[in-house]
Design a protein around this ligand. Structure first.
Ligand code: ADP
Ligand code: MG
Ligand code: ZN
Length: 504
């Protein structure tokens, strides 16, 4: 079946071939109910508790289309600059699989709701690459099989399988690109950037949380190679259900190397599906690919056609949010930061928290500093995302306000944030409980300064003699005496004043 040849190095592969990619992304919509029945889509319920005759495919049951599902599909189509069908139908895709109780998947075939669009993605060096969209169509998810009794959790070696149909019938939107040509050696980066951009877009539209690690968004990676200079596409492989951005990148890279090895040896690529392995970044053969006609697609007779009025479509178009890439560029300019810094903020998932913190009154520099510093570190250490941290943008903004008005210095502010994260309450409550106020009472500071001068007479003399740089040691002594709660700049001023030295 598969030719097992040593891989060709990525560089050598790209010297001889041009990659062609096709990305099929499935997005599970965040609707409250399923696509064709009223069953809940809530995660984590008892297996098979969220099912009904329709999503179990029992005889006599009839599906009804979820209007929010259609609306979400149109929003996605519009955001991808697609045309929206004036009239389209669902189709039955017929095949048997135990996780699909109806024996067909309700999908769309030659009449997708959205088609002919594009998504511009920004690469790491700032260049924009346009990925053309073939279509976005509506369909439904399958149930979930769990193979029990084997060592690997795979069907091979299992003694029996369990089926949970809670997921069967959850709305999916499948977004299919046209063949992506011209990416050259940046094909893996383009693939990853496309899926990342699409994920941002889906989230901005509010139609799904698109968490790849939870299977809410998954990508099939089609790849083929053609000899450099040729314009005839080669045979593609289709690596299924790749479920992280990094894996998308690795799967493309691996397949480029594998195809080059097979072709370079005079072999032929079999059109087949493949599985991606997270552990070593390789793919292995799945099944030989069905042709479309094997599915015996035909229009779904139990559902009325979908004919969204042009008024509705225009309403949805007018209500689209600012596109993520446009928003990112706007914020980058407003904040006056580099492409690279913006990329780090994006990767950290910090854009929304920072924006919310600025909206709550913080200045952009401080908002970025806390979210990308202290809070990112804490999130990292505790294995959480920034939005999972038990601190709100309003609380971060309050901490920055306390720094601006001089009640806190940075060191104390860090302790306040630590307190909020530890559940000690709002910033003001933490300041109160932990007694974290900058000592700005001039009387108390004056005493501390006098003591520092008296206790470090030699240093004081040096400063009097003109070695102003030595003042740091005295400032340090005062900060230590006040447990870090003094305003260091004010302490320095006071010391120099008392020693009769000007900073000049
Ligand atoms: P299937 O249902 O067989 O997966 P689709 O048309 O839904 O077929 O998706 C195929 C994907 O692969 C599309 O993104 C398409 O642009 C892309 N594609 C088609 N031919 C090739 C090829 N020779 N090499 C790489 N990608 C291809
Ligand atoms: Mg496919
Ligand atoms: Zn149901």
């Amino acid at each position: 079946m598969t030719v097992t040849t040593d891989l060709v190095s990525y560089e050598d592969a790209l010297a001889s071939y041009d990659p062609v990619m096709g990305l099929e992304v499935h997005v599970e919509l965040g609707t409250r109910t399923k696509m064709f029945c009223g069953c809940s889509t809530e995660l984590g319920a008892e297996p098979n508790s969220q099912t009904c005759p329709t999503c179990l495919g029992l005889p006599g049951s009839l599906p009804v289309v979820n209007a929010v599902g259609v609306e979400s599909a149109i929003k996605i189509g519009l955001a991808l600059h697609c045309e929206i069908a004036e009239w389209c139908r669902f189709a039955r895709k017929n095949y048997f699989y135990p996780d699909m109780p109806k024996n067909f998947q309700t999908s769309q075939y030659d009449e997708p709701i959205a088609f002919n669009g594009y998504l511009d993605v920004q690469l790491e060096d700032g260049e924009v690459f346009r990925v053309e969209i073939e279509r976005a169509h509506m369909e439904e998810d399958t149930g979930k099989s769990t193979h029990v009794g084997g060592a690997t959790g795979r069907i091979h070696g299992a003694s029996h399988s369990l089926l949970d149909y809670n997921r069967a019938g959850i709305p999916l939107i499948e977004i299919v690109t046209k063949p992506i040509v011209g990416a050259g050696d940046r094909a893996p980066e383009v693939a990853k950037a496309y899926v990342a951009e699409l994920r941002e877009l889906i989230r901005a539209l509010g139609v799904s949380e698109a968490r790849m690690e939870m299977g809410q968004m998954r990508c099939d990676v089609n790849l083929s190679l053609m000899p450099k200079g040729s314009e005839t596409f080669g045979t593609r492989s289709e690596t299924k259900n790749v479920n992280s951005l990094r894996s998308v990148e690795r799967a493309v890279r691996f397949e480029v190397q594998r195809h080059a090895a097979v072709l370079g040896d005079g072999g032929t690529i079999v059109q087949e599906t493949r599985h991606f392995h997270e552990d070593d970044g390789t793919t292995t053969s799945g099944r030989v690919k069905e042709e479309a006609e094997d599915y015996r697609y035909f229009p779904e007779p139990d559902l009325v056609p979908v004919a969204p009025s042009r008024e509705w479509v225009e309403e949805l178009r007018a209500a689209l949010p600012e596109l993520p890439r446009v928003r990112r560029n706007r914020l980058r300019e407003e904040w006056g930061i580099s492409e690279h810094d913006m990329q780090s903020i994006l990767n950290a998932g910090a854009i929304d928290p920072i924006v919310a913190t600025i909206e709550a009154g913080a200045d952009p520099v401080s908002a970025r500093k806390w979210w990308m510093g202290e809070l990112a570190r804490n999130a990292n250490e505790s294995g959480r995302s920034l939005d999972e941290l038990p601190i709100t943008p309003e609380q971060v903004a309050r901490v920055t306000a306390l720094v601006v008005d001089g009640s806190l210095n940075d060191k104390l502010a860090r302790q306040v944030i630590e307190g909020v994260l530890a559940g000690e309450g709002d910033p003001d409550a933490v300041v109160e409980k932990r007694g974290l106020k900058v000592v700005s009472d001039e009387g108390a500071l004056g005493v501390a300064v006098d003591e520092a001068i008296a206790g470090n007479a030699a240093i004081a003399d040096k400063i009097r003699g003109g070695k102003v740089a030595a003042v740091g040691a005295l400032v340090g002594a005062v900060m230590k005496a006040t447990r870090g709660q003094a305003d260091a700049a004010r302490v320095k001023e006071l010391i120099l004043e008392k020693l009769g030295v000007s900073e000049g």
